[in-house]
Design a protein around this ligand. Structure first.
Ligand code: ARG
Length: 651
């Protein structure tokens, strides 16, 4: 049962006949901010009093008069200016705990209003190795997929692979001009990744090399301007501000130049890259040509694409397998290619798109720039494919919502895409950009290696697992009765803990904020980490192991009994899983589940410190406490599973 919803339902019914904004009033039923004032509160009296021009306490009394709270709460007092503080009845809580014990869904009933969700996540560009940036989309998307499914919705995950873009032009070019046949035979994925990297670095090199003279001229100008400004002096605010701005610009540009020079030196002193510099100057356009040829159906490029794809997909699935992520569908961009011509034609026919400077564009009232669906040279764009994708998904699955779990830097793309979709007539589907922020290094900048490369996802996972192994081993070695785990078990636990740590660190931050990637933090045994929750779970399992009895039967008790206030607090938290999941659903924010689990584990540890379990005074109290332990373990396990994270029975 969702207690908050039940209270809201009752309150809503009680004010049906009153002249109030029903939806807003119902939202005024909230969990209490401070446990001293009860468990829930209704804060509607004050605003209603203002509207009705009556004393708030009187309004509160009238609301209470109409409200049927039996048997959940006793009739509450009115506090202060008109707060209604609700305290759940202890016997009612006890009954719910007994009920919870028999409920494999832990009180979460499937929604009475199931919807169909298509969730677009992970969606990497396949010809290049996955990097740290792909964690967020993959992990957040997977958690939403699991949670919405658990809530009773129909969920369809679709990995919109970038299997058709310029990055294929890059490996096509690389493959034709500097592949290593021997390496391609023995490890095709590594060779393709290498080719991608070589082409990428050469293009980057060329961009920087050709921009350098302009940047240096500009730097000279800025320095001269600053000297002038210094000479002119002037101590007023405006002059100072101007000098500061110039100074900043100089520093920034000098930094850019320094980095560019470093890149250039690195490439020129790399034996292999240096031998390929002849390719660099026309490379960018050559890559576009290769991509265009692929799209036009050029035989050789298509054949190579067919040859590359299985290898690329295999590399991806290795990562997905390790992360425990699977997709219902993987319709990549290439899947839509043949539909694009007709789509653009139809947009033109329907008067939704028009030609502008040779390109085909959709114009909007709310945006300055249009959405281009076909370039002057005939090429289609990312946006064109995304429109075709919406059409396909609507036709195939008739979803109520499509969620795009994609970096916030694409928000303009999605705003326009959604506006275009509405123009086309897709008006009764919710299109949502579930945006997320950037993963930062400990220096506060986007997470990179020291040489400036983005960090590959696989090496990141390896590192986390290796560090988890150290944590697990140290913890085991320090056990009072000596270590319990053999090498194989330690390795297994390290994998679960390491991968869990990475996922949880990501999920526990509000998805729209940036966060700092820190192994030490994410693997801490205390704090808001997966490790802490996994450890709490294993600890509870060890209580049952020590007791040498079957958890199912030992934890059976009716009526459930409690003594210390912390037991009631823990019980209440157990009953609130449905509310946490409802919060996740409302804004697509998994951190509301991690926050819930963290609070649950905190309360559990407090309880475990204060209340003897196996040595409780009476059999009934012991059973009641064992039941709390058992429910905490089940809730942690289920909660983590909904986040795509595993538990281990001992640690
Ligand atoms: N492949 C894109 C990228 O790596 C993300 C695709 C997101 N999904 C979509 N339907 N546009 O940036």
């Amino acid at each position: 049962m969702n207690i908050l919803n039940e209270l809201r339902r009752r309150f809503g019914r009680s004010i049906e006949e009153l002249d109030v904004d029903h939806a807003a009033a119902v939202q005024m039923v909230q969990p209490a901010q401070d446990a001293r004032f009860g468990d829930y509160q209704i804060n509607a009296a004050m605003s209603l009093a203002k509207r009705w021009k009556r004393p708030p306490r009187e309004v509160a009394a009238e609301l209470l008069d109409r409200l049927e709270l039996e048997p959940i709460c006793d009739v509450p007092e009115i506090a202060g200016p008109g707060f209604i503080n609700l305290r759940l009845r202890d016997d009612w809580i006890a009954d719910r705990i007994v009920e919870l014990a028999a409920d494999p869904r832990l009180g979460v009933s499937p929604t009475s209003d199931p919807e169909t969700y298509v969730i677009d996540y992970s969606s990497p560009n396949v010809a290049k190795p996955m990097h740290v940036g792909h964690i967020r989309s993959t992990v957040i998307g997977d958690a939403l997929y699991r949670i919405l499914g658990f809530l009773g919705h129909r969920t369809i995950s679709d990995n919109h692979l970038g299997d058709w873009g310029t990055q294929f032009g890059m490996i096509l070019y690389g493959f034709k001009h500097f592949r290593d046949d021997e390496r391609f035979r023995t490890d095709p994925v590594a060779e393709l990744a290498r080719l991608y990297q070589v082409v990428n670095r050469l293009i980057d090199y060329e961009k920087k090399r050709s921009s350098l003279p302009q940047w240096e001229t500009r730097l000279g100008d800025l320095r001269a301007a600053l000297e002038n400004a210094d000479a002119e002096g002037g101590d007023d605010k405006k002059a100072r501000k101007r000098r500061r701005r110039l100074q900043q610009e100089i520093e920034q540009l000098a930094g850019t130049i320094e980095q560019a020079q470093a890149t250039i030196t690195r490439v020129e002193s790399d034996r292999q890259l240096a031998s390929l510099l002849d390719h660099a100057c026309q490379l960018e356009s050559a890559v576009l040509t290769e991509t265009a040829k692929l799209h036009e159906g050029d035989e050789e490029n298509r054949r190579l694409w067919e040859q590359f794809m299985p290898h690329c997909k295999q590399a991806l699935s290795r990562v997905y397998q390790r992360l425990g992520v699977r997709f219902d569908y993987e319709y990549g961009e290439s899947f839509y290619h043949d539909a694009l011509d007709a789509l653009v034609q139809k947009l033109l026919d329907d008067g939704l798109a028009e030609e502008s400077e040779g390109a085909i564009c959709i114009f909007f009232d709310d945006f300055e720039t249009p959405m281009i669906v076909r370039k002057r040279d005939g090429a289609f764009l990312y946006a064109t494919t995304d429109l075709a994708t919406i059409a396909f998904r609507m036709k195939t699955w008739q979803p109520d919502a499509i969620l795009y779990v994609v970096d916030h830097r694409q928000s303009e793309h999605f705003s326009k895409l959604f506006a275009a979709a509405r123009k086309i007539g897709y008006t009764d589907v919710r299109l949502v950009h579930v945006a997320f922020g950037t993963v930062l290094g400990e220096d506060g900048r986007p997470f990179k290696t020291r040489s400036g490369d983005v960090v590959g996802l696989e090496s990141l996972l390896d590192e986390a697992v290796e560090r988890a192994y150290q944590v697990v081993s140290a913890n085991d070695d320090a056990k009072r009765d000596g270590a319990e785990l053999d090498e194989r078990e330690r390795r297994h636990i390290a994998e679960v803990v390491g991968i869990g740590a990475i996922k949880y660190a990501d999920l526990s931050h509000h998805r729209t904020s940036d966060y700092v990637f820190s192994y030490d933090q994410m693997l801490a045994l205390e704090g808001n980490t997966a490790t802490y929750l996994q450890y709490s779970y294993a600890r509870i399992r060890s209580i049952f192991a020590k007791g040498d009895f079957d958890p199912e039967s030992a934890a059976q008790v009716d009526p459930w009994q409690w003594e210390a206030p912390i037991e009631r607090e823990l019980a209440l938290q157990l009953l609130r899983l449905p509310e946490a999941l409802q919060d996740v659903e409302a804004d697509y924010t998994p951190h509301q589940l991690t926050g819930y689990l963290y609070e649950l584990a905190n309360r559990f540890h407090k309880f475990y410190q204060q209340c003897p379990v196996l040595r409780a005074e009476t059999d009934r109290l012991r059973r009641s406490r064992l039941l709390l332990c058992e429910l905490v373990a089940r809730t942690i396990r289920t909660g983590l599973q909904l986040l795509g994270i595993d538990v281990v029975e001992r640690m």
